[in-house]
Design a protein. Structure first.
Length: 171
């Protein structure tokens, strides 16, 4: 989360005159920040993003649908969602492909980023006797992320480390 937050912050700081919003999703999705030109507020709200803010899970379709709903009525010439995820869709009432088709129907491109290395990582969890680390299997559904990007006219990226994440946002 910290690596992603840092890359997103650098991206925001490099923008001028682009209205940017932020949707947070895990097992459900919500708008953390509506479209704004106030990058200071956006960066503050980005800093406030924490693991556990939202029900556990990965609702990619719901994340896309929430973002697209924010963009569908804006008069902007270019409507883009940058979807950053570290998992496989396993929650939500809207599947990712249906959400991608809805995005394409209203002219929203989705650029997808699969973040993190596949395999087992040690994740910090808080327990009764304080924090401890447990092994967690990481899977990223690259085929679905590639299909979302294809349907909407976006691109798919894979970020396995901090440098790749920076390069993606720079592009």
């Amino acid at each position: 989360l910290d690596v992603c937050r840092e890359a997103v912050a650098q991206f925001i700081k490099g923008r001028e005159n682009d209205r940017i919003g932020m949707v947070i999703f895990a097992g459900e999705g919500f708008t953390q920040c509506p479209l704004t030109l106030d990058y200071g507020v956006l960066l503050t709200l980005l800093d406030d993003v924490k693991t556990g803010m939202v029900e556990d899970g990965t609702a990619i379709g719901l994340g896309i649908a929430t973002a697209v709903n924010r963009l569908r009525t804006t008069p902007a010439k270019s409507k883009i969602v940058v979807l950053l995820t570290d998992g496989v869709n396993n929650k939500g009432e809207i599947d990712p492909i249906t959400a991608a088709k809805a995005a394409a129907a209203v002219g929203v491109k989705v650029y997808t980023i699969g973040a993190g290395s596949e395999g087992t990582i040690m994740q910090k969890v808080d327990g009764l006797f304080g924090p401890r680390y447990v092994p967690v299997q990481v899977e990223i559904d690259e085929k679905v992320l590639q299909e979302i990007a294809r349907i909407t006219g976006g691109r798919y990226y894979r970020a396995t480390d901090h440098k790749k994440m920076e390069d993606i946002y720079n592009e």
